[in-house]
Design a binder for this molecule. Sequence first.
Ligand code: ATP
Ligand code: MG
Length: 410
Amino acid sequence: MARREYAASLDVGTSKVAMVIGVPTHDGGVDIIGVGTSPAAGMRRGVVVDIDATVQAITGACEKAERMAGVKVKSVYVGAGGPHMTTTNNRGMVAVSRADREITEDDVNRVMEAARVLNVPTDREIVHILPRQFIVDGYDGVKDPVGMVGVRLEVEALIVTGAAASLQNLLRCVYRAGLQVDELVLSSLAAGEAVLHPAERELGVMLVDMGAGTTQVALYAQGSLWQAAVVPLGGGHITNDIAVGLRTPVHQAEAIKVANGRAQGSAGDDDVLLGVPGTAGGSQRQVSRRTLNTIIEARAQEIMELVAQQLRSLGYPQALPAGAVLTGGSSVLTGMVELAEACLEMPARTGFPVLSGGLDDIARDPALATGVGLVMRALQQRGPDASGPWDRGRPGSLWARLVGWVRDLT
Ligand SMILES: Nc1ncnc2c1ncn2[C@@H]1O[C@H](COP(=O)(O)OP(=O)(O)OP(=O)(O)O)[C@@H](O)[C@H]1O
Ligand SMILES: [Mg+2]
């Protein structure tokens, strides 16, 4: 496998920056050849608040991943998360141009452009225009209309937008770290790529990426992303509650959570005593595991109820037969799957990145779902039947503006 075929991604999360490098396998899968993570100090709820600290974290993650893979990374697919990312729907319609009424690639491009015509406030940027379904002469549910015959071609599209300032700050950090940006991608769209099976996306499934500062929700149906939303709470809030509730430093609270935490079902924990260091050092206090888990349960339940609320407000009309798939670092907290099943009233499972080999023992980590999914997307877009983002190369598109932003920065 020639190393030059590799693709690299950057997931700038609230708790860590992760770079993932992967190469395509012969059977269409992905081998991960490098992973580098670095604690993120300059992020809050999925948004950059300290450029220098974030640049440092990116550089640290990049050096580690490059060393592991033995390659030099020049450009990356970047995940964009945070509560400023929102979605809306829009439709586009065009008349089929060829005299024999056969729908061409050009008609599809024109109808996607028509769906772009939408009033977006000046402080927001369109990140994706994703076709949910095409409609040919009133017949809906068409995935790929090219080659079909019709008079009128319509598209129902999901438009993903983000706050321009937040996106620019993120990109600024990536450029300052010496990397070029290939594409900005909604984080939960990337995570879905890594952990969901095509059959789940077809049936209807809810992806819940449970990070440190955010919990990102993405609904998939008929094979496409249907809606997405972000809840501005995550595992970091659970850790902070433990630190305050048990009066212990945050890093100790984090260690206690990971070693003993449970998101649901604290019955029977009364007898188990844990040593908890105080904030001013000195001797440890004894706290029952039940006390710890009552704190965790309260916050985990709040997060899951906000996810359930998002599910209702996103207005997806049908059931989601494939249930919920939980991913991200906080999804591995014991009892989280059971809590999700109770709050969301649907079956749930933990989503690990689906990989065929390489460093899959390292990369099969739910916290790396976004990073791995970005690499999968990158390799798909470079593949033989790649379509590439609709945006690329069009004047006024995010891509064109990205290039403008780079110019401004250099
Ligand atoms: N074994 C574990 N048990 C419980 N929680 C865990 C465990 N491992 C990691 N976490 C939690 O997962 C969170 C980090 O997850 P992740 O790396 O997905 O977040 P992030 O991508 O940095 O943040 P965000 O997506 O919110 O910007 C932390 O809050 C951490 O405490
Ligand atoms: Mg994340």
